[in-house]
Design a protein around this ligand. Structure first.
Ligand code: ADP
Ligand code: MG
Length: 248
C-alpha cells in the first residue's frame, strides 16, 4: 500500500543540465525521503550547486524529471512559486538584506509571499530566532553580526516560511573556523527534529554524524553513495578515494 510518507520529498530522475555545450549534470538519479539528511560532497566544479539550484528550478534542467512531494515541478502548469515556499535554501553567502534589521529579514517574505499579517509574521520570526539561539538579536542589522550569527539568521529566515525541506549549499564555507560549529549545531538540531535536508558540505564530521546518506559527485555524476561512515571509511570508487584522501 502506498501512503503519503512513501512519497519522496525530492525525486530526481535522469537529470541533465547544460550551460551552452558544457554538460554540467550528466544524468542524476537521487531521491530524498521525508526526514532524511542527504549530504553531498565532491570536487569544485562537479555540479553540486547546480544540482541543488535545480531542485527548486533556480536552474532549468535540460532534461530529466524532478518531483517535489510527488508534484512534477517541470510541468508547465506547475505553480513553481508555491513549491518554492516549501523549500528553504541557505547559501554560502548569507544573502541577508543589509538595509533591514534581523526581524525585517525574517518577516519580509512571510508578509509578501505568504501574505501573513504583521503580528503572525513577527511571532514566527521570534520563534525561529529562538531556535537558532538569537532570540535577543531581532533589532540588529546584518553588518553588526558575526558571520556565524548572520548564517544562523539566514537559516531562521528560511525556517520562518515553515518549509518542508531545507537545501544548504556549503553553509559554513565562508565562515572563520571558530564560527563553523555554531552553524553546524543549528543544522544538527534541525536534523534531530526531523527536517528533510540536502546539504552540500565539506564538513565530513557533520556528514558522518548527522547524514543519513552521503553522496559523492564528480564531473556531473553521482559516483558513489551510501551510509556516511561507510563511504568515508571505505570508499569503493577510485575517484571517491582520491577525493577523500585530499580532504580527510
Ligand atoms: P560545484 O558546486 O560542485 O563547485 P557548480 O554546480 O557550481 O559546481 O558548477 C559546475 C560547473 O558548471 C562548473 O564548471 C561551472 O563553471 C559551471 N557553471 C555553473 N553555473 C554556471 C552558469 N550559470 N553558466 C555557465 N556555467 C556554469
Ligand atoms: Mg558549489
Amino acid at each position: 500500500m502506498t501512503t503519503a510518507t512513501d512519497v519522496p520529498a525530492i525525486e530526481i530522475t535522469g537529470l541533465r543540465k547544460s550551460f551552452g555545450d558544457h554538460e554540467v549534470l550528466k544524468g542524476i538519479d537521487l531521491s530524498v525521503h521525508p526526514g532524511e539528511v542527504v549530504c553531498v560532497i565532491g570536487p569544485s566544479g562537479s555540479g553540486k550547486s547546480t544540482l541543488l539550484r535545480t531542485v527548486n528550478r533556480l536552474e532549468e534542467p535540460t532534461s530529466g524529471s524532478l518531483r517535489i512531494e510527488g508534484v512534477d515541478i517541470l510541468d508547465p502548469d506547475c505553480d513553481i512559486d508555491a513549491v518554492r515556499t516549501r523549500i528553504g535554501m541557505v547559501f554560502q553567502q548569507f544573502n541577508l538584506f543589509p538595509h533591514l534589521d534581523v526581524m525585517g529579514n525574517l518577516t519580509i517574505a512571510q508578509r509578501r509571499v505568504l501574505k501573513r499579517g504583521k503580528a503572525e509574521a513577527a511571532e514566527t520570526a521570534r520563534a525561529m530566532l529562538e531556535r537558532v539561539g538569537l532570540g535577543d538579536r531581532g533589532d540588529a542589522f546584518p553588518g553588526q553580526l558575526s558571520g556565524g550569527q548572520q548564517q544562523r539568521v539566514a537559516i531562521a529566515r528560511a525556517l520562518s516560511m515553515n518549509p518542508d525541506m531545507m537545501l544548504f549549499d556549503e553553509p559554513t564555507s565562508a565562515l572563520d573556523p571558530e564560527l563553523v560549529g555554531e552553524v553546524l549545531d543549528v543544522m544538527k538540531l534541525l536534523a534531530s527534529e526531523g527536517m528533510t535536508m540536502m546539504v552540500v558540505t565539506h564538513e565530513m564530521g557533520f556528514a558522518r554524524e548527522v547524514g543519513d546518506r552521503l553522496v559523492f559527485m564528480d564531473d556531473g555524476l553521482i559516483v558513489e553513495e551510501g551510509i556516511p561512515s561507510e563511504v568515508l571509511a571505505s570508499p569503493q570508487h577510485a575517484r571517491t578515494q582520491a577525493f577523500l584522501s585530499k580532504v580527510l
